[in-house]
Design a protein around this ligand. Sequence first.
Ligand code: PMP
Length: 405
Amino acid sequence: AAGFDVNLVRRDFPILQERVNGKQLVWFDNAATTHKPQSVIDRLAYFYAHENSNIHRAAHALAARATDAYEAARQKVTKFLGAASPDEIIFVRGATEAINLVAKSWGAANIGAGDEIIVSNLEHHANIVPWQQLAAEKGAKIRVIPVNDSGQLLLDEYRKLLNSRTKLVAVTQVSNALGTITPVEQIVALAHSVGAKALVDGAQAVSHLRVNVQAMDADFYVFSGHKVFGPTGIGVVYGKKAILDNMPPWQGGGNMIADVTFERTVYHGAPARFEAGTGNIADAVGLGAAIDYVEQLGLDNIAAYEHALLEYATHYLRTIPGLRLIGTAAHKASVASFVLQGYKTEEVGHALNEEGIAVRSGHHCAQPILRRFGVEATVRPSLAFYNTCEEVDRMIAVLRQLTRR
Ligand code: PMP
């Protein structure tokens, strides 16, 4: 794509020079985690060398530096998601903790016996299990939006599930197992039409697509830093301010209080109310640097480049005898899941690793959607903007060799 030079971009990622089994690493496991540009690595080192302090409480210079860096990162996330205010951005450990926060706080206060929570067949276990736990606790019910044979959600079936008992619709924007891009704007609007709230799992979306939570009108939006070229251990809950301000805290401790006596505690508003204890300050700052990096490349450039690369990979995968693609929706990002007749997915994974190519083989923490397609596991190459057609060719060559044996 114009304005995007993959060879220049690759130089920003030192790990791409690693050798595995004597071969240059091909990282096709981006849906599991992404690599870090030098600017993110440098930002973390700079924080610990020049700014390290706990935040907010102290009057000294380093506390001010650390606080400024942390709050600047919150501002970057605010802009990145198109949120209305940094008060709508809560730092957590990752998408999993983000969904658990919403379930334990908003869910516990707003879901009751007989209420219904809608998820989709595509969900990662992180967007199933917390709702199941909540439903079991409250006597609520989980309902599931089915998919068609391409792995796209069936909106007409979704419409039939909606009713006055529906309190929450929790769906992924991009499926980690199939790569399906779901029509989240429509899904959110339909949820709102029955007075339900909508949570969108953006864990696989923010590194591939331009996201705007206000245009989407999501009530909650969550993602993990490590899947968008930032550090592990940092993630985000976006929530509309009016909703967050009416949610009870989910953890108690320092930072989240305005006043404490032994009789009662007065809590801060959002986001501090939901950030009890010392947070992951350095990694939030690192996430800010990762956002700067992808914004400078441009999400539209990234999406266009990756789209062409995924089409290329899909085209050549289809030429391998006995290969069945799992997930063939018209709108997809990054992921080309497949099974190969006569081979266990681990065998394929090992054959690729022999040649320095990293893919995930397994159930991808999304067992229900794989079972929908009659499989327990797939081989899952997942692409990012630093991958190339030459790398795809190397993967295809291994698969050809394997099926020729
Ligand atoms: N949702 C989706 C769609 C995911 O792909 C993942 C990670 N595989 C998660 C949630 C959970 O993210 P994390 O493990 O970073 O908390």
